[in-house]
Design a protein around this ligand. Structure first.
Ligand SMILES: O=C(O)c1cc(=O)[nH]c(=O)n1[C@@H]1O[C@H](COP(=O)(O)O)[C@@H](O)[C@H]1O
Length: 236
């Protein structure tokens, strides 16, 4: 099936271990309402088959495996994601310029069919204190800005960051540089392990292009209603 491109910027994070729970959620969703993210848990359990089955339902897929390895290995992994026909794939910007450039080069052969390639800057579960503990000087915002500039220099399509950094990244980046923001929490919802958060509307107003949202929808008593409320709050 040809994928449907939704107007909504919402990407639902499908962090599930039980296939029946995943299917029960996806059965309720329509590709016009959101894109879907397949991450480490789902992919490790069910592999490429789960990606293909979601694509067959018409969804565009963000394959979130956050590759971080030597350039040759990362480039081959990104090419494998392109073979799967995913819409978006990511690497860790802290893998460095050689790794990101190799990943970008590996996608050239796919032309307009290449997935969007983005790089994770500083995980939204981290604060400046966590960075200090791993030897990164400065606060989260300055580290995100540094890694986003490196990512743009390597020709990638954008970054994963928190919505809190989007104003500074919008100011330093070209208009078409994508800012993909997890750590989205509708007002009143549980933060869980997320530290640098924003509501869906705040994130879009501050300059996000795509919102990655997991538990506030997937663990809601009524996931479809939760998604509809979020989309409506954004005018979709
Ligand atoms: O790359 C990601 O998607 C990602 C990067 C990041 O910095 N923070 C982050 O939370 N994510 C992912 O975004 C999703 C957020 O899920 P919830 O916290 O349940 O909304 C998870 O699947 C994370 O793996």
């Amino acid at each position: 099936m040809t994928p449907t491109t939704p107007l909504s910027p919402v990407i639902i994070a499908l962090d599930f271990a039980v296939r029946a729970e995943l299917d029960a959620l996806v059965d309720q969703l329509d590709p016009s309402q959101c894109r879907l993210k397949v991450g480490k848990e789902l992919f490790t359990l069910y592999g490429p088959e789960v990606v293909k089955s979601l694509q067959q339902r018409g969804f565009e897929i963000f394959l979130d495996l956050k590759f971080h390895d030597i350039p040759n290995t990362t480039a081959a992994a990104v090419a494998a994601a392109a073979e799967l026909g995913v819409w978006m794939v990511n690497v860790h910007a802290s893998g460095g310029a050689k790794m990101m450039s190799a990943a970008k080069s590996a996608l050239l052969v796919y032309g307009k069919d290449a997935p969007l390639l983005i790089a994770v800057t500083v995980l939204t579960s981290m604060h400046s204190d966590d960075l200090a503990a791993i030897g990164v000087a400065g606060n989260a915002q300055s580290q995100v800005a540094r890694l986003a500039a490196l990512t743009a220099d390597c020709g990638l399509d954008g970054v994963v960051c928190s919505a809190q950094e989007t104003p500074i990244l919008r100011a330093q980046s070209s208009d078409d540089f994508l800012l993909v923001t997890p750590g989205i929490r509708p007002a009143g919802s549980d933060l869980g392990d997320q530290q640098r958060v924003a509501t869906p509307l705040e994130a879009m107003t501050m300059g996000s292009n795509y919102l990655v949202i997991g538990r506030p929808v997937t663990r809601s008593a009524d996931p479809l209603a939760a998604l509809k409320i979020i989309n409506q709050s954004l005018g979709y």
